[in-house]
Design a binder for this molecule. Structure first.
Ligand SMILES: Nc1ncnc2c1ncn2[C@@H]1O[C@H](COP(=O)(O)OP(=O)(O)OP(=O)(O)O)[C@@H](O)[C@H]1O
Ligand SMILES: [Mg+2]
Length: 251
């Protein structure tokens, strides 16, 4: 069974925009699934549906199903707090808390009720290792997080999500503000993470999509035009519109 199953999902906002139209997509565990396409295609909307962050938006119509491990996450019975712990999210701009590096990682755990200090300390190192940041910060965990570079802050945000031990990680253009070296580090850490997590990434460029995608889904104006393995999508796409986009003819 796939980790996430999106079935005939449609979404319309109050301004009348039909942002997603009858989307069906199976998202496997332990792979990087990339949602890519031009601006306004519905990538962020679809990502936000997966952890119910879109509950906060002005949605007028929604239909279809989204299953996580076979359970309908759109159900009224879903515990949204628990869902968001299971489905963590990293945004385009790193938002670090005005605390130390260490406290950025322990805060969420403490809020979630974790009291065992060995577990908390273990989680600090573990999550920083996984986010490929440990070596750079291990000697200054009590420094303010705000003193880190943008790329380091973004990896800290990823570590903060990891500290809560999610199963799925959503990333919405996580490297859009980063230089190529920091971008490379984030991509490298994602490659390591896929053994343990289901990763869904909205990349900031077609090149990044091609570098990272195990599975790629092309979204154009709310329509899911094509789904294929990364290898096929960026060398031999089926649909003319996908071809035009990946070859840089529009968007
Ligand atoms: N909260 C909202 N309220 C109303 N309309 C919205 C909202 N969020 C998105 N939309 C509309 O839904 C459509 C899809 O937007 P979305 O942000 O999901 O696209 P995107 O593919 O992530 O674009 P980008 O590449 O620019 O980030 C757009 O027409 C947008 O104006
Ligand atoms: Mg977006």
């Amino acid at each position: 069974m796939n980790k996430i199953s999106i079935q005939n999902f449609s979404l319309q906002y109050s301004d009348g925009t039909e942002s997603l139209r009858n989307i069906s997509l199976e998202i496997p565990a332990n792979q990087i699934t990339v949602l890519f396409g031009p601006a306004g295609g519905g990538k962020s909307s679809l990502l936000r549906v997966l952890n119910r962050l879109n509950d906060l938006a002005d949605v007028t119509h929604q239909e279809g199903k989204v299953l996580l491990d076979g359970e309908d996450i759109l159900s009224l019975k879903t515990d949204v707090i628990a869902l968001r712990r299971k489905v963590g999210m990293v945004f385009a701009r790193p938002v670090v808390l005005p605390f130390s590096i260490r406290e950025n990682l322990t805060y969420g755990l403490e809020v979630a009720g974790e009291k065992d200090s060995d577990r908390i300390n273990g989680s600090v190192e573990n999550s920083l290792q996984q986010a490929a940041l440990w070596d750079e910060v291990k000697d200054r965990l009590d420094d303010p997080a705000i003193a880190l570079s943008g790329g380091q802050q973004q990896r800290l945000c990823l570590a903060r999500v990891l500290a809560l031990e999610p199963e799925v990680i959503l990333l919405d253009e996580p490297t859009s503000g980063l230089d190529p070296i920091s971008t490379g580090k984030v991509e490298e850490s994602l490659q390591g993470l896929k053994q343990d997590y289901t990763i869904i990434l909205v990349p900031h460029s077609v090149q990044q999509a091609a570098r990272t995608a195990d599975l790629a889904a092309f979204l154009l104006q709310g329509e899911l035009v094509e789904v294929a393995s990364g290898d096929t999508m960026f060398t031999n796409p089926r649909d003319q519109r996908t071809q035009d986009y990946v070859q840089g003819r529009f968007g």
